[in-house]
Design a protein around this ligand. Structure first.
Ligand SMILES: Nc1nc2c(ncn2[C@@H]2O[C@H](COP(=O)(O)OP(=O)(O)OP(=O)(O)O)[C@@H](O)[C@H]2O)c(=O)[nH]1
Length: 403
């Protein structure tokens, strides 16, 4: 196929109910309806293609559009070849711009006009159950996630039809530690650390090649940057797709227990036996730091309406102006603070729950519907991941919550 205009009809696969993915959790907001999109990124050589190849060739019964793209730099997008072999379709060996696969997936390698090409795909949105967008090993997924989430520029087109589902990062168990420690971009924060910071789910791949001590050490390092994303240990990226698809990581209407992932060091569903895991769980510290990027967790007491407003304003100032409210207007432009990702769960005196989701400077603070069925906790939480998030930040928010 030689033109972006020609998008093939998808092969319809038989959907096996037993393999059904969990339903997408949608809110009443019209902006939260659409085809879910998962951004897959990860360290160089970590196993992104291995994961995508599995999804493209395994029989899972879902029609998934997989988009491989040098998306980080739209001015110079390069197609990335992936060799997909399918038992049902030997001709699928070739890499083409659009590749229909017998398992119902559509594989796209977009050479130009990335957003326009996705829009064309979206014209066929009824044909997809899910979109997976792979970014390069060097891309910072934060701006890409922000683009697909609540970006008014795309409100009447692309963004309207796509529901950002989550950011999945594949980390190499062998070289991950070295990559994180040595990675260094212009401002000192390497892309691998930005990727971890932005992750909703982390796939720690190639665990067959390292000892459990090395795994614990790397997981500890990952936790210094992102204390809330679940880590799934894998061999050849083998994991249940429910861990990476339809996770609703940006959905502020999700039930309470999914709003903030617990700080678990790894996947509890598997691998303990295979890797001889001794199942250690440490009490999570509340502040971590690696190369200036840190993860800060703050407990938030039950809030009056007034305090919730104050908290909202505090968050807005931090996210939009990269400063603490008490620190002036930051007009020198030299702020050392930057929130890359934030999540929160707040409880009001009236028993309502609010979920906070944010990526880069975009955020959404919305009440959760139907909380009566899930119970109301007696304390809320705020998780901030980003640069310059010192204890001063915690003190600042605690101060406004005590007023
Ligand atoms: N032993 C072992 N090898 C693996 C595993 N997963 C992937 N590999 C191998 O590691 C190499 C790199 O895997 P890819 O899937 O190509 O990695 P990638 O992230 O797509 O690489 P880039 O796109 O170049 O960044 C390949 O040779 C894989 O076969 C694993 O769990 N264990």
């Amino acid at each position: 196929m030689d033109s972006d205009d020609e998008i093939p009809t998808l092969v319809t696969a038989d959907v096996d109910d037993a393999l059904a993915l969990p339903p997408v959790v949608t809110s009443s907001s019209p902006r939260q309806s659409g085809v879910p999109l998962t951004i897959i990124s990860g360290f160089l050589g970590a196993g992104k293609s291995t994961l995508l190849r599995r999804i493209l060739t395994e029989r899972h019964g879902y029609r998934i559009a997989v988009i491989m793209n040098e998306f980080g730099d739209t001015a110079n997008i390069e197609a990335k070849a992936i060799n997909v072999s399918s038992a049902d379709d030997p001709t699928a060996e070739k890499s083409e711009e659009f590749l229909e696969l017998a398992n119902g997936c559509l594989c796209c390698s977009i050479k130009d006009a990335g957003v326009a090409a996705i829009e064309k795909l979206m014209e066929r949105k009824g044909a997809f159950d899910h979109i997976l967008l792979e970014t390069t090993g060097l891309a910072d997924p934060g701006p890409i996630a922000a683009m697909f989430w609540k970006n008014e520029e795309y409100g009447s087109g692309l963004g309207h039809d796509i529901l950002l589902d989550g950011v999945v990062i594949v980390v190499d168990a062998v070289y991950g530690k070295q990559q994180m420690e040595e990675d260094n971009s212009v401002d000192g924060i390497g892309e691998s650390i930005r990727q971890i910071a932005c992750a909703d789910v982390i796939i720690l791949n190639k665990v067959d090649l390292v000892s459990k001590e090395q795994l614990h050490e790397l997981e500890g390092l990952i936790r210094t940057v992102n204390a809330s994303a679940p880590i799934h240990r894998t061999v050849r990226a083998e994991l249940d797709l429910k861990h990476i698809m339809n996770i609703g990581a940006f959905n502020t209407a999700r039930p309470i227990d999914q709003a903030i992932q617990p700080v678990s060091s790894h996947d509890h569903d598997h691998d303990h036996e295979r890797n001889g895991d001794d199942h250690q769980h440490d009490t999570p510290p509340t502040h971590y730091e690696l190369r200036g990027i840190s993860s800060l967790r703050v407990s938030v007491p039950v809030l009056s309406a007034e305090r919730l407003d104050r908290l909202d304003e505090w968050i807005r100032t931090l996210l939009w102006e990269n400063r603490l409210p008490e620190k002036g207007d930051g007009s020198d432009g030299q702020s050392s603070m930057k929130v890359l990702r934030c999540k929160g769960l707040f409880v009001t005196e009236k028993g309502e729950q609010y979920v906070l989701q944010g990526v880069q400077s975009l955020y959404d603070l919305s009440p959760v519907e139907g909380t009566e069925t899930t119970g109301v906790p007696d304390v809320g939480k705020l998780v901030l991941i980003g640069k310059g998030l010192t204890e001063e930040v915690r003190n600042s928010v605690e101060k406004i919550l005590a007023l």
